[in-house]
Write a protein that binds this ligand. Structure first.
Ligand code: CP
Length: 325
């Protein structure tokens, strides 16, 4: 099977994918278009192609993950690459090895792509400056999770046929959410109207400078939205009490059928996962296949990660002057 991507991949001018911030609308559209083609490849009986044959991809995750780590592994394998999964629990990180020494050690084994997730914002960029291969940010602290925003955009675009002009509400723990930040950068760049909804304690100061409208009253913020994107309450990143109780949080900010009725009648519900049912979202909404894109987001994750590996590795394999940048 031939790869669906074309020479257009060379329009992607970056060596790494560290965030959505800094990508042009053209570069974002390129990844979304390539991902759409990989959705079709993944739905076919023969799912494998050979773009990454002979290439090595290392998953280096310093934080837990189900979706991102597994879908990157599947994406690389579907493109014919070899994949190593590094679990930091059983690596020499446990013996005190630093992030940079770990990265330099892996770099010496000549991988082609490193996928990195790290609890500290900026750690993935720092690592990318020390290695020769392409680096993809699998989520760094509260900073960015670029492949999540890209897969969300593919899911939205396939249903709504556009991003421009849509009203998207991102709801919940905005303060600790790298998913929110990447989605805001992407959706604003692509011409969507973005609202962020959450309690004042979970809203970063100055968030309006990213081009979003801020709401603390969920019922007001949901009115006439096309997309309702719920976020997990990230209790593991909270030192101290940011909400009085999860029960009260659900009352004011949990998505129920009643609150969803305030959005457009054809509004769709999204969640990056993992979900806390009964905290930020009611099961009745999450499991309603006529409104919820949550399972489809997971499917799109594999295709988007294939597209990201595609644009980065083609650039590396190219002898064009752009590739030397
Ligand atoms: N959405 C997301 O990043 O999920 P994982 O933490 O399971 O990778």
């Amino acid at each position: 099977m031939t790869s669906p991507a074309s020479a257009a991949s060379f329009r992607f001018r970056h060596r790494h994918l560290l965030g959505i911030e800094g990508l042009s609308p053209d570069e974002i559209s390129l990844i979304l278009d390539i991902a759409d083609n990989y959705v079709e490849q993944n739905r076919a009986a023969e799912k494998k192609s050979s773009l990454l044959r002979g290439r090595t991809v290392i998953n280096l995750f310093f934080e837990n993950s189900t979706r991102t780590r597994t879908s990157f592994e599947l994406a690389a394998k579907r493109l014919g690459g070899d994949v190593i999964n590094m679990s930091t629990d059983v690596s020499s990180v446990k013996k005190g090895e630093t992030l940079i020494d770990t990265a330099m050690t892996l770099n010496a084994m000549l991988p082609d792509v490193l996928i990195v997730r790290h609890p500290d914002s900026g750690a993935v960029k720092l690592l990318s400056e020390k290695v020769n291969c392409a680096v993809i940010n699998g989520g760094d602290g509260t900073h960015e999770h670029p492949t999540q925003a890209l897969l969300d955009a593919v899911a939205i675009r396939r249903h709504k046929k556009r991003l421009q002009g849509l009203t998207v509400a991102i709801c919940g723990d905005i303060l600790h959410s790298r998913v929110a930040r990447s989605n805001i950068h992407l959706l604003v760049a692509m011409g969507a109207r973005v609202r962020v909804i959450g309690p004042p304690t979970l809203m970063p100061s100055g968030i309006d400078r990213l081009g979003v409208e801020v709401f603390h009253d969920m019922k007001a913020g949901l009115v006439d939205c096309d997309i309702v994107m719920m976020l997990r309450l990230q209790l593991e990143r909270m030192q101290g009490a940011f909400v009085p109780s999860t029960r009260e949080y659900f009352h004011f900010y949990g998505l129920t059928r009643e609150k969803l009725a305030l959005a457009k009648p054809d509004a769709l519900v999204m969640h990056p996962g993992p979900m806390n049912r009964g905290v930020e979202i009611d099961s009745e909404v999450a499991d309603d296949i006529s409104r919820s894109l949550i399972r489809e987001q997971v499917e799109m994750g594999v295709a988007v990660r294939m597209a990201c590996l595609d644009v980065l590795t083609r650039r590396h394999l190219s002898n064009t002057p752009e590739a030397a940048q």
